[in-house]
Design a protein around this ligand. Structure first.
Ligand SMILES: *Cc1c(COP(=O)(O)O)cnc(C)c1O
Length: 372
């Protein structure tokens, strides 16, 4: 029996060892470790990759989203619409800015924010919609942008899970007014440590971001605003430049694993992710819904197959957000998803043989409906 990891974080670095070692030596020998040539070059390369004019490297994904809101002058007294089912960082970015997160339920088949529910959540205080491309599937951006335009709202993408995904042929990061990316090691494009970036076509937002990330200063010791210290460092940028060259290849390996799962599990009791045909997801996670989750996790544990739950408790039910006073029975879709979702092993270095074993355990756990 061979253990199957949920995600192998070492394998990508083994594949690129020489290039990463070279990047490390180049930075170490340069004598310049923050806001230098590597970050500038990575910013250009990632902007080109996403199909936008600007990329601004920052310290992490949460800062990327927070600083976008600051750059848009969104803060105390303002409301920002967020998905009810997302990683808590999406909400925290809004809270950091001093604004109030206003949750909207997802579409149950795509897991992404349901555009049909947006208008009911808009008030005179609403300033922006912060949409998440959850699990690597782009949200329905045309519908979101249409509602936003009608009400004069900004649109921000939380693209932390969707590097390289496309919506109607266009890359995430280019689908709203600004987008926040995370380069947390487990993301599709991951650093060897923390990192993040903002992408935008808006010259003003880009300009303000560059000032905000570096103590509010464009010229050393000249501080225009009360800024932050949130910089992508040279070493991580150098590593990211190496790994960016493999992003498409690694995303297509994820797509092949997803295709294997979708095919092998089509006739089981598992509820599989729905992919609308106008999007090309990048399968950051492969999340299924299952009635008896415990039965499946027990069998995965027995076979030493890695699994995770994304996420076990939605933000509005976390102690951290008790102050919002949201009733426990609000947002039933987010609550239900937290009860019945499970993420199968997924990553560019998961082999087809391993994925086949994972699928077999799923099939053995749940009766195949064919022929009944
Ligand atoms: C990872 C993640 C973030 C935060 O990124 P960090 O780099 O960890 O700060 C934000 N939103 C979503 C949806 C994420 O998955």
């Amino acid at each position: 029996m061979t253990a199957i990891p949920f995600l192998d974080l070492k394998a990508p670095h083994a594949e690129l060892r020489d290039a990463l070692d070279g990047a490390y030596r180049r930075v170490m020998d340069s004598g310049w470790y923050l806001l230098g040539r590597e970050v500038e070059t990575f910013e250009q390369e990632f902007a080109t990759y996403c199909g936008v004019r600007h990329c601004i490297g920052v310290g992490n994904g949460l800062d990327a989203l927070h600083l976008i809101l600051r750059a848009m002058d969104i803060g105390a007294g303002d409301e920002v619409i967020v998905p009810s089912n997302t990683y808590i960082a999406t909400w925290l970015a809004v809270s950091y800015a001093g604004a109030c997160p206003v949750p909207v339920e997802p579409d149950e088949t795509t897991f992404n924010i349901d555009p049909g529910r947006l208008e009911a959540a808009i008030t005179s205080r609403t300033k922006a919609i912060l949409a998440v491309h959850l699990y690597g599937q782009p949200a329905d951006m045309d519908s979101i942008n249409t509602v936003a335009q009608k009400h004069g709202l900004q649109v921000i993408e939380d693209a932390a899970q969707a590097h390289g995904a496309r919506y109607k042929g266009q890359r995430t990061g280019s689908l709203g007014d600004a987008a926040g990316f995370s380069f947390y090691p487990g993301k599709n494009l991951g650093a060897i440590g923390d990192g993040g970036a903002v992408t935008t076509n808006d010259d003003g937002i880009a300009d303000r971001l560059r000032v905000l990330r570096n103590y509010g200063s464009k010229v050393k010791y000249c501080n225009e605003v009360k800024g932050y210290n949130s910089r992508l460092d040279e070493l991580q940028a150098a590593f990211l430049r190496v790994k960016l060259t493999c992003l498409d290849k690694w995303n297509s390996r994820r797509t092949a694993i997803a295709a294997l799962y979708l095919e092998a599990l089509a006739d089981t009791g598992l509820s599989l992710p729905h992919v609308p045909d106008w999007i090309d997801p990048v399968w950051h996670l492969f999340v299924v819904r299952v009635e008896d989750r415990k039965q499946l996790t027990d069998n995965f544990d027995k076979q030493e197959i890695g699994w995770l739950i994304h996420y076990p408790l939605p933000p509005h039910l976390q102690d951290a957000y008790r102050d919002l006073g949201i009733p426990a029975n609000a947002f039933p879709i987010a609550r239900q998803l937290a009860q019945d979702n499970i993420s199968l092993p997924m990553g560019p270095h998961l082999t087809h043989a391993q994925a086949t074993i994972v699928a077999k355990v799923c099939r053995d756990t749940f009766p195949v409906l064919r022929g009944l």
